[in-house]
Design a protein around this ligand. Sequence first.
Ligand code: NIG
Ligand code: FE
Length: 409
Amino acid sequence: MPETEVLYTGMSQLTTPAPGPQRGAAMRELRVIPDAALLVRGGQVAWVGRRQDAPAVSEEHDLGGVAVVPALTDPHTHAVWAGDRLADFGARAQGVAYETILARGGGIRSTMRATAAASVDELVALARPRLAALIRSGAATIEVKSGYGLDFAAELRMLEAVQVLAREMPGALVPTLLIHVPPPQGRAEYVREVCEVLIPDVARRGLATAVDVFCEREAFTVGETRAILTAARAHGLGLKLHADQFHAIGGTELACDLGALSVDHLEASGDAQVRALAASGTVATVLPGVSLHLGLPAAPARHLVDAGACVAVGTDLNPGSSPLPSAALALALAVRLCGLTPAEALTAGTVNAAAALGLRDRGALAPGQRADFLALEGRDWRDLVYTLGGQPVRQVYRGGQPAQQGERL
Ligand code: NIG
Ligand code: FE
C-alpha cells in the first residue's frame, strides 16, 4: 500500500531552525519561507518550499493563511502529582523561602506524601488535563518525570501512570526516572538501593529512557549524584540533572563530565558553569517559569548562547516551583526573563529541546524529520513568543496528524 501523502498549503510563512541541536549564534539562524507548503509522507516531512514549487499530489490541506513553525518539545515536566501546594504559595507570598519550606518537611515532601497515597488511575486522571494543556500550547513531545514517590513502589506507580498516558497519546511522552530528594534517614542505603534495585528494575521494564537527579544542598550531593548517574548509564539510560537551582555545588560540571543529555535550572550558574557548558555537548535547559514563580534570578541563557552553548527551554510544570502548563508561554518568558531573542527561543523550544531528550528526529521542518508542526493563529510566527498567555496555537500536528484527534483530552 502506498504511504499517504498530504500537501499542506495556505501558510503565510513557514519558519524553522535547521535539524539537530544548534548552539551559539546558529540558534538565531532560522529559515523563513513566505507563501510556503509542506509535503508529509508516512508521518514525516518529505518536502518543504514555496507553494508555487510544490510537487503535485492528490490530497491537499489548506491551513487558511497562517504561520507555521515546528511543534515544540517540552523537555522538563513533573506533570504527574497529587495534592496541591497552595499553602506553600501563601507562605512564600509572606516571605518564607522555598528551601526553608522544603527543609521543614513541606514543599516537595508534601507533594510526595499526597502522590504516594494516590493510585495509578488517580494519577492518570490528574495528569491528563495538564498534558492536554501543554499540547494545546504547542508541545507535540513532552518529557514527564517521576520523583514524588515516597518509596520505590510509589515511584513506579508514577512511571506506570506515564505509561498509561503514553498509550493514549502515541509518540508524545518521554518518561524520566527522577531521584528527587533523599529520605531524612538512611540516605546512603537509599542511594545504594536506587542504584542496585530501582534503576535496574525501571530499565528492564522500559519505564523510563533517562534518569535525572536533583543535585542541591537540600537534595543530593555531587558524589551521590555521580553514583546514581553512573548506575543509570550502566543500564543504558540517558542522564539528566537538576543543578545550580539555588547553589552551584558542582552539578553542572558533573553533568558535562558524564556527557549528560542536559542539565536543567542553572539559575545560580556563574561564569565557570557557563564555560563548562559551552565546551560540552550537554544541553543547558532553562526554566523561566521557576524564576517567575519563585522570584529566583533568571538562568544566564544570554551568556550561555553568547559563549556558544546549546540552550533549551522547558516549562518545569510542577506544583511547587513552576505551575506553568504552557510551552509557548515558557518561550515567551525566556525572551523576557532570560534574554533570548525570539529566534533563539524558537530554536530552544524545538530542535534543542528535542536534543535535551536525545531526540534528533523532530523540531525542524526539513525532509526526514517527524512531521510535527503548529498552525498558529496569526500570520507572523513571532506571535508565538510575543503573546503572553492566550492561545497563539490553532492546531498541533504530530506525525502529520492533528495531535488531539483520538486522544482522550
Ligand atoms: O524542578 N527543584 C526541584 N524540583 C522541582 C520542583 C518540585 C516541586 O517543588 O514540587 C523543580 O523545580
Ligand atoms: Fe524540575
